[in-house]
Design a protein around this ligand. Structure first.
Ligand code: DHB
Length: 396
């Protein structure tokens, strides 16, 4: 049996980008259908990273997705940088007058899914897209298979690929290969641990052995990472070795320990797709780009794409004009490349490459001192960290 659906905007991916877009479109009276190969329990149950920039928090709150971010989220007014045996605080509030919110991405997803259900248009979970067809016609299609093994065919005026780094929508737009890449010779070994926070703010550390990050999820669960070889086996270190490595990274703070209940190795990649549009198919979020995790730009950057494409779709459905659709790649790429630079910069400044010379190591310390001891340097760091204001500001 084949299910056929007709909608204005077919959205692949019930991640933060796809769901926020569906929510904003609905507020403008534009129909959409969101599909995802994963189940709702899978999407809501995976513990994810959690820094929401100040402008991203405002979008979620003002669009009616969630006020919880301001009540349940932890407001952080700064971060600490540890290096060369010393501690340096970057005070976002004093420097920029803004804060970030520690509100894990799975909570954002719960809020966004709840909003779709409340509005009577739940995402179609366990719907796996096999292909996006007819990109250059006026009615592109998403074809695939659902959990019961039935095929589906969604025909839309516009298809938006928000289906992450393994995007199916990217194939007709930009090809399965190509684009702009950078690999890194290191990754992160991450743990989730049952313990209270060790410090009131996040600690980014650069030691002789490389990077350490002490982050948090909530009052009972903490997230910590140390730099590792990207091909490292998660089971090749004992818990004691993990704690030694993390503790060595922080100066003057005793880490609060507890049972480690998840261990993983994250690989780093910088990527921007060669094209963000083909005909009536557009890419947003991780389908369009990936940043290394340092600085936690991923979801916040995806929201910028959402606001640009939302603005363009509103104009298209209101007037038939493709002017803003044509402008989408140019508009989105401005922030994409600024965020790529920021994530690359934070990553390279705080990690020690396996082949780093003594010169390289001392130069990196010079860079860290230049940034953390100058008000202008601190301000540059803080401005990017709390998040630049979004370009498409007429999103409501
Ligand atoms: C986290 C991840 C990041 O990349 C970062 O810069 C800060 C925090 C996290 O997982 O909590």
């Amino acid at each position: 049996m084949n299910t056929t659906i007709r909608t204005q905007v077919g959205i692949l991916g019930a991640g933060p980008a796809g769901l926020l877009l569906a929510h904003l479109l609905q507020k403008a009276g534009i129909d959409s259908v969101v599909i995802d190969s994963r189940s709702r329990a899978d999407i809501e149950g995976t513990v994810r990273a959690g820094i929401v920039e100040s402008p991203a928090a405002a979008v979620l709150a003002k669009s009616g997705v969630s006020d919880r971010i301001y009540t349940d989220g932890m407001k952080h007014d700064g971060v600490e940088f540890h290096f060369d045996g010393g501690r340096h605080r970057i005070d976002f509030n004093a420097l920029i007058g803004k804060s970030v919110y520690l509100y894990p991405q799975h909570e954002v997803l719960r809020d966004l899914i709840a909003a779709r259900i409340r509005d009577g248009v739940p995402p179609l979970f366990e719907h796996k897209a096999d292909a996006v067809l007819d990109a250059e016609s006026s009615c592109p299609r998403i074809v695939g298979t659902d959990a019961a093994g039935q095929t589906f065919d969604i025909t839309a005026d516009i298809v938006v690929g928000a289906d992450g780094s393994g995007s199916i929508a990217r194939i007709p737009v930009s090809g399965s290969r190509g684009g702009y890449f950078r690999e890194y010779p290191f990754g992160w070994y991450g743990i989730l641990v049952e313990a209270p926070p060790s410090a009131p703010e996040l600690i980014y550390s650069r030691g002789d052995d490389g990077f350490v990050l002490i982050s948090t999820r909530d009052k009972k669960v903490q997230r910590m990472y140390f730099q590792c070889d990207p091909s490292m086996d998660v089971n090749s270190v004992s818990d004691d070795q993990i704690w030694d490595r993390l503790q060595a990274g922080v100066a003057g703070i005793e880490l609060k320990r507890g049972p480690i209940f998840k261990k993983d190795v994250l690989r780093f990649r910088s990527f921007v797709a060669g094209e963000l549009r083909k005909g009536r198919v557009f890419l947003i979020g991780d389908a369009a780009h990936t940043v290394p995790p340092t600085g936690a730009k991923g979801m916040n950057l995806a929201f910028s794409d959402v606001l640009w494409i939302n603005q363009a779709l509103r104009s298209f459905f209101a007037s038939g004009s493709e002017r803003l659709l044509d402008a989408y790649p140019h508009n989105a790429l401005d922030r994409i490349w600024r965020a790529q630079n920021y994530s690359y910069w934070m990553t390279s400044m705080l990690h020690v490459a396996p082949d780093a010379s003594e010169f390289d190591k001392k130069r990196s310390l010079g860079e860290l001192y230049s940034v953390t001891t100058s008000r202008y340097g601190q301000q540059y760091l803080a401005e990017g960290y709390v998040g630049w204001e979004y370009g498409a500001d007429d999103w409501m």
